[in-house]
Design a protein around this ligand. Structure first.
Ligand code: HEC
Length: 230
């Protein structure tokens, strides 16, 4: 146990020293808590093991959630919030969600990128591990196409307002709203080719399917997503 702890603090110290070598504005990789995800062992895989078709929807959903936080802490400052690149680094939403894209992703994640002795992207593999790597990958590849979200945004706002007034006691048809949300969700694609886009329409539809009376929560999901899109 003590030995294990020493290895971990050694790795953290290395991470901190590594980031100081990068100079001002660079931040040490932030460890990601991957509790609840299947462990993957030491040998790096070349294909995302957390896709719904391989691991089931529960693992997939957990991977998206953990990946979102891992991404925001470690990648967003270069690759952009919500994975929409501002031009500083490639837009990762376009990396194909299949073996070719995965292999490239895993390679970059593990080794980072250095050009003429300058670290353009730090290596994350040793410090974050592959469970975090593939969770972040799952989050990245399930980002909804922002143009499709934009197109749906007026309709989503209308549904959000209906849900908000139902939360205040107004009459309304939860099942009808749920099916409209599902329909919108299935019309929104990913840019990676991954079959499921984790849009706010998808999340709100899922919530109402399990809990038809969760008007307030569903309205909140839509509100957050709609304001993030702008
Ligand atoms: C300090 C800035 C920075 C950070 C932080 C960063 N990256 Fe990068 N990343 C880059 C740059 C710059 C490139 C382009 C390198 C090149 O020219 O191939 C890149 C390239 C990539 C690529 C290859 C993309 C392609 O289309 O070829 C992947 C995948 C990637 N990064 C994933 C990540 C992930 C995942 C994280 C967070 C765990 C991350 N990056 C954090 C700067 C960064």
């Amino acid at each position: 146990m003590a030995y294990g702890t020493r290895i971990i603090s050694g790795a953290l110290a290395l991470g901190i020293a590594g980031s100081m070598a990068l100079g001002h504005g660079d931040v040490a990789p932030q460890a990601v808590d991957t509790a609840g995800l299947p462990e993957l062992g030491d040998e790096w895989l070349i294909e995302n093991p957390y896709r719904a078709e391989a691991a089931g929807e529960d693992v997939w959903a957990r991977a998206v959630e953990i990946g979102a936080s891992g991404y925001n802490q470690n990648c967003a400052r270069c690759h952009g919030l919500e994975v929409v690149s501002g031009g500083l680094a490639p837009d990762l939403r376009f990396l194909e969600a299949e073996e070719y894209g995965d292999e490239w992703y895993a390679e970059r994640f593990q080794t980072g990128y250095t050009q003429n002795g300058i670290t353009k992207m730090p290596a994350f593999g040793d410090l974050l591990g592959q469970e975090a790597a593939w969770a972040i990958r799952t989050y990245i590849e399930t980002r909804p196409d922002d143009a499709a979200m934009e197109q749906a945004s007026d309709t989503l706002k209308g549904l959000r307002d209906q849900l908000a007034s139902m939360a205040d006691g107004a009459e309304g048809d939860s099942a009808a709203i749920q099916s409209q949300l599902s329909e919108i969700a299935s019309s929104i694609d990913t840019l990676s080719g991954a079959p499921l886009a984790d849009s706010v329409a998808f999340r709100a539809a899922n919530l109402l399917q399990g809990k038809p009376m969760a008007y307030k929560e569903a309205a909140e999901i839509l509100t957050i997503g709609l304001s993030a899109a702008h």
